[in-house]
Design a binder for this molecule. Structure first.
Ligand SMILES: [Mg+2]
Length: 367
């Protein structure tokens, strides 16, 4: 029987790569951090993404920017613009669409997707040739580096991609015995779906590798994992029969902006926060109008000086993309916070429940 082939394509250091190779080509090959301004080491906030050159200096996503700055003062620190990541994502998804059997692309996140390529592999003379071809296309057409994993199913393809980053190609299979051998030495966390908590639970039972699970029965696994046992039993053996289902054209679900203050804002500086919210709502409103979208729900996020964070939402009966209405709602939500005596470290506004505004309405409303 002809083997099924699935490819998992994952952009390398996606946000940082968009900055390096698309937005600021002069930064190619340099350490780049997407995140807040480190302000000479006194800045607040965290690194959202780090290029491989920055990772080589010990910097990683989630690290405070002040620490990243001390590790590598020469790194380029860029605030980042989500819009450009979204555009880059659409571009490489379009390229994948060209190579996918039946044009079916399963987006797993903004920077990774699965495609079925059973037919494509035959046309291109094997999975490695096709993977290299796709990688080249994405590099030349979208200026983005990526890694590719190919295997007979989604679960194994995803593990394969992670083995060889950046700019890697990893082929596993098609024989079940090759797949078993590939998975055997890997830690349980290599599987998508095994998080830290599950890994800790398995470790209490002395289970750390997929090979150990391969040698167990479902009932032996049961005390450790209960109802998750049949799932893990199969995945550890590289069995995954899920069909690859296209998730349709991408629809934006939300848009947001937030701001971390250089110094915590005193609880009585309400006017200042209202003004900051106004600026953010203006930008969100402009973006919604440009994309001809309207929102139904507003969420305001507040983080206080003790790092506690709350989010409060409100939905409106009629969708709009009017910035003033958005600002008024955001202010109302903010003013109703119960934490009135706490200083404020961050505020953010998010709109969701987005729907397409009819073009006519847009023209009459905003011209
Ligand atoms: Mg990635």
């Amino acid at each position: 029987m002809k083997s099924r082939w699935i490819m998992h394509v994952d952009m390398d250091a996606f946000f940082a790569s968009v900055e390096q190779y698309r937005n600021h080509p002069e930064l190619a090959g340099r350490p780049v951090c997407v995140g807040h301004d480190p302000k000479g080491g006194r800045g607040r906030g965290v690194v959202r993404a780090a290029s491989y050159e920055a990772r080589a200096k010990g910097i990683h996503a989630g690290m405070p920017v002040s620490q990243a700055y001390h590790l590598c003062p020469d790194a380029a620190f860029i605030p980042g613009e989500f819009e450009s990541y979204s555009v880059a994502s659409d571009e490489f998804m379009d390229i994948l669409h060209e190579y996918a059997d039946g044009g079916r692309v399963r987006r797993a996140s903004i920077d990774e997707a699965y495609i079925e390529v059973t037919e494509g592999v035959e046309v291109f003379g094997g999975p490695r040739n096709l993977a290299a071809w796709i990688q080249d296309s994405i590099w030349h057409e979208a200026n983005l580096p990526c890694s590719v994993g190919a295997a007979p199913n989604m679960s194994v393809a995803k593990v394969a991609t992670g083995m060889n980053k950046p700019r890697g190609i990893t082929i596993v299979g098609p024989e079940p015995s090759d797949i078993m051998k590939f998975l055997e030495p890997l830690p349980v966390t290599a599987l998508n779906g095994i998080g830290r908590k599950t890994a800790e639970r398995l470790e209490k039972f002395g289970i750390t590798t997929l090979g150990q699970i391969q040698r167990m029965t479902i009932s032996e696994l049961w005390p450790a994992l209960g109802r998750g046992s049949p799932w893990l039993f199969q995945r550890a053996r590289g069995i995954d029969e899920r069909p690859l289902i296209d998730n349709g054209p991408r629809v934006r679900k939300s848009m947001s902006k937030d701001r971390t203050f250089l110094e915590d804002v005193e609880p009585d500086a309400v006017d200042y926060i209202h003004e900051v919210l106004g600026g953010m709502c203006g930008k969100i409103g402009a973006r919604l109008q440009k994309k001809a979208l309207k929102f139904k729900t507003v969420t305001v996020k507040m983080r206080f000086s003790d790092y506690s964070t709350i989010q409060r939402s409100r939905s409106i009966p009629v969708e709009t993309n009017n910035s003033d209405i958005l600002h008024r709602l955001a202010v109302e939500i903010f003013d109703q916070r119960e934490e009135r005596e706490k200083s404020i470290r961050l505020v953010g506004v998010k709109v969701s429940g987005l729907s397409e505004a009819s073009e006519q309405l847009c023209l009459t409303e905003y011209l």
